[in-house]
Design a protein around this ligand. Sequence first.
Ligand SMILES: NC(=O)c1ccc[n+]([C@@H]2O[C@H](COP(=O)([O-])OP(=O)(O)OC[C@H]3O[C@@H](n4cnc5c(N)ncnc54)[C@H](OP(=O)(O)O)[C@@H]3O)[C@@H](O)[C@H]2O)c1
Length: 258
Amino acid sequence: MRIAVVTGASSGLGREYISIINRRETDIDEIWAIARRRERLLEIKASSRIPVREMTLDLTDKESILAVSEALLREKPDVVLLINAAGFGKIGEFADMDVSESERMIELNCRAAVSMTRVCLPYMKAGARIMEVCSTAGFQPFQTLTVYAASKAFLYRFSRALRVELFSRRIKVTAVCPYWIKDTEFIPTAKDTSGGGREVRHFPLSSRVKGVAAVSYNDSRLGLAVSTPGPVCFVHRIVAKFVPSELMMGLWALLRRI
Ligand SMILES: NC(=O)c1ccc[n+]([C@@H]2O[C@H](COP(=O)([O-])OP(=O)(O)OC[C@H]3O[C@@H](n4cnc5c(N)ncnc54)[C@H](OP(=O)(O)O)[C@@H]3O)[C@@H](O)[C@H]2O)c1
């Protein structure tokens, strides 16, 4: 059985990737869709051409990784695609944020993505693909997105190095690094922060989920190491390589007040 595993499947990018898989893939037998909201997963299952196995799991809980690992061991599928899209951010000053918010960001954006990748890897063969959904926030430090940006920098570095390790096995790893996307649940969740949320006023030039998912999915098929699905993240990636972080954070201090 050839399967695609998609985390963060109940909304936003994850949900859109499932639509793309349905439209474009002819040799995938099942999609394993992972998120916490079961009713959303059942909706997706009902409208999917490819059979969906809904897995209602909170990936910040280590037991959930164990549950995926056990399901893989039972079924011994061929994992042809893994998309780690589950993730969230919080806007606000670090000192104002609940310790649990910071911890959960690290648990989901870093630990869960790494563990999901690790448990799926033994079931991946040559030609398989991994998409780690990072963010343009991973290209530099960002005050008021401090933990989120650091968590995405971690995932970005992990993804880049893993790609080199898996090169000889012909498994492609792509770090997907979008700019703000306005039509997912990410921004409302990010603004709903204990003691913060208002530090970023507007999200100028923000992108749309369909475009981001389509471009990044193509980039993964092409085997690119990094996908910057939009003009802002593309330019940001280049500029952040040459301009010192202190200056970039100074620019951000201005931009976030616009
Ligand atoms: N939107 C943006 O501006 C933006 C920009 C750059 C990068 N990104 C990244 O893109 C990815 C997808 O975000 P999105 O924009 O599609 O946001 P979204 O609509 O909020 O989707 C996030 C997904 O993650 C799932 N999730 C959250 N907590 C979870 C948990 N503890 N266990 C399992 N699943 C969990 C959510 O499902 P449940 O609530 O049902 O669990 C949901 O399906 C994230 O990694 C985000 O960091 C987003």
